[in-house]
Design a protein around this ligand. Structure first.
Ligand SMILES: C[S@@+](CC[C@H](N)C(=O)[O-])C[C@H]1O[C@@H](n2cnc3c(N)ncnc32)[C@H](O)[C@@H]1O
Length: 359
């Protein structure tokens, strides 16, 4: 354990804010959770919608086609997947787009990934020369741009604050006796506090989760959308109303584990937090994007025709294949499973407001 702390560079006694701490254990080169193994698929710690079913990715592809049409079929168009994981979604989208030659000719496809390990995995999985991996969005200069992220925002660590009589104290971790990691609250940074206080959504909360790093990621994205038009479609595990407690959760070997257990298994567990969709919406509004009504994953996928598509595909399948497809559909759509826990938000700038999937 001592060695582990040293490797993760968290031996100092100085309290480390929760978001900085989690960032280290997820992304520390070679030993961080996302830097050292493939967490996706049946043998990974979690199974995301694109790894559950190609139908999910196909439907996102169909939505992309519809968004391009709504924007007047621009001759130059860009699609960027944020945090592509093992690359499953874009792999399917590339095939779906082949059925729409006019768009296929116009669209440039980019992947934006932080983990060098996952980038390699994506390159193995999507062997296609037209796809470019980018570190920033500077090279995208022409045509509207659609950003898409599934479980992207929930993987970006949040800051946590306790509100004591209107004074905000930030939750940190520090190392005790060179072995134990303990929770500590310190006076919040003035800049962070004044930013937090500008959000209606966060007012009067006793416990605040603030996605400072997430917003920093969104800033260049929003700038690009504001300049070229387009939007950002995000799907994540999240909520509309805060319940004043930590939403950070850790998963190891396919099972939820306590934060205490996570602290004893640095780099071995995935750590996410639930996304505050009301706050995301407020952030988009503050930055002059329009926002479609926030809907559940079930609502969005059904509006986009996932059941009809499954029926068509089912006709050519064996009984066993059809049964398997039905089971995966249940996982994606069932209210108690991903259907209503996952929400969909679209922040955009365009003359058209009539994007599919939300009404
Ligand atoms: C929970 S996984 C989701 C993967 C994939 N979208 C899926 O649904 O299977 C989060 C992904 O976002 C990436 N990621 C997290 N923070 C990022 C950042 N700041 N910039 C780029 N990628 C990031 C992770 O490395 C990983 O690929």
């Amino acid at each position: 354990m001592k060695l582990n702390l040293k490797k993760f560079n968290i031996l100092s006694k100085k309290p480390i804010p929760v978001d900085d701490f989690i960032e280290k254990i997820l992304y520390m080169p070679r030993i961080g959770y996302y830097s050292s193994k493939n967490p996706f698929g049946k043998n990974g710690d979690f199974i995301t919608s694109p790894t559950i079913s190609n139908l999910f990715s196909e439907i996102i592809g169909i939505w992309l086609v519809s968004a391009w049409e709504k924007m007047g079929k621009p001759k130059k168009f860009n699609f960027i997947e944020l945090g592509p994981g093992d690359g499953s979604l874009t792999k399917v989208i590339v095939n779906t787009l082949k059925k729409f030659p006019e768009l296929n000719k116009s669209v440039k496809i980019y992947l934006y990934e932080k983990s060098t390990f996952l980038k390699k995995l994506q390159k193995q999985n999507i062997d296609n020369k037209r796809i470019k991996w980018i570190k920033n969005f500077n090279s995208i200069k022409e045509g509207p741009v659609i950003f898409f992220g599934n479980e992207f925002f929930d993987a970006i660590p949040v800051k946590q604050f306790s509100n004591r009589n209107d004074y905000l104290f930030e939750k940190c971790y520090s190392v005790k006796n060179k072995i134990d990691i303990v929770e500590k609250f310190i006076k919040g940074n003035k800049k962070d506090i004044s930013q937090i206080k500008t959000f209606e959504t966060l007012k009067k909360l006793k416990f605040i989760e603030f996605p400072k790093r997430g917003f920093l990621e969104l800033n260049p994205i929003i700038k690009k959308i504001s300049k070229l038009s387009g939007g950002i479609l995000l799907i994540d595990y999240g909520y509309l109303n805060c319940n004043n407690s930590s939403t950070i959760q850790a998963v190891m070997n396919n099972k939820k584990i306590s934060v205490k257990a996570m602290l004893k298994n640095l780099g071995r567990a995935d750590i996410t937090s639930l996304v505050n969709f009301s706050l995301l919406k407020e952030y988009f509004f503050k930055n002059n994007l329009k926002v479609k009504k926030i809907v559940t994953q079930k609502f969005f996928l059904e509006r986009m025709g996932i059941n009809e598509r499954a029926m068509i595909l089912g006709k050519k399948m064996t009984n066993e294949e059809r049964k398997y497809m039905q089971e995966t559909l249940v996982r994606l759509l069932e209210e108690k499973q991903m259907g209503s826990l996952f929400k969909v938000i679209f922040g955009y700038k365009n003359k058209n407001n009539d994007f599919f999937g939300f009404e």
